[in-house]
Design a protein around this ligand. Structure first.
Ligand SMILES: Nc1ncnc2c1ncn2[C@@H]1O[C@H](COP(=O)(O)OP(=O)(O)O)[C@@H](O)[C@H]1O
Ligand SMILES: [Mg+2]
Length: 134
């Protein structure tokens, strides 16, 4: 899989989630992340991609490579135009789910990366951005 510096994939099916995972893995490898960091980033991406599909009704994953002096990082954005999140504090709590999940996707992902940013409002969709630095 090509490790382009920036790109976008749809998240509209389980197969799309597999493709997104593969893309993130390829990007992490090309940035020479450690195996542990690769797995952390792929795990976070997987959770957020599934949220986009299941809770957000589908959307996209965008990625880009960041450079800060000699440091490089991988930034991922998960975007949908679904129902949004009414209570962010609740959604970010360990074990809270509005459905049948484990309720660990959002808080767990936050712990696995260096930067985590979420923007959401009822009726306005959801956008989650994460960054992992090498
Ligand atoms: N993209 C999204 N659109 C709407 N709601 C979301 C989205 N992502 C997360 N949520 C809400 O936040 C809750 C917590 O998400 P998460 O921690 O991943 O747990 P789970 O997916 O297991 O329910 C979800 O149950 C859902 O209500
Ligand atoms: Mg989830």
């Amino acid at each position: 899989m090509a490790a382009e510096l920036a790109g976008k994939l749809p998240l509209r099916s389980e197969h799309d989630i597999v493709m997104a995972r593969q893309q993130v893995r390829a990007m992490c490898q090309s940035l020479k992340f450690s195996l542990v960091d690769q797995t952390k980033m792929v795990t976070a991406a997987s959770e957020l991609a599934r949220n986009t599909l299941i809770h957000g009704g589908g959307g996209d994953m965008r990625w880009n490579v960041l450079e800060d002096g000699a440091r490089r990082g991988l930034q991922l954005h998960f975007e949908d135009e679904g129902p949004g999140i009414a209570n962010m504090q609740l959604a970010m709590s360990d074990g809270w789910t509005s459905g049948t999940g484990m309720g660990l996707g959002l808080p767990g992902s936050k712990r696995l990366v260096n930067d985590f940013d979420i923007e959401s409002a009822p009726g306005k969709g959801t956008r989650v951005s994460i960054t992992k630095w090498k």
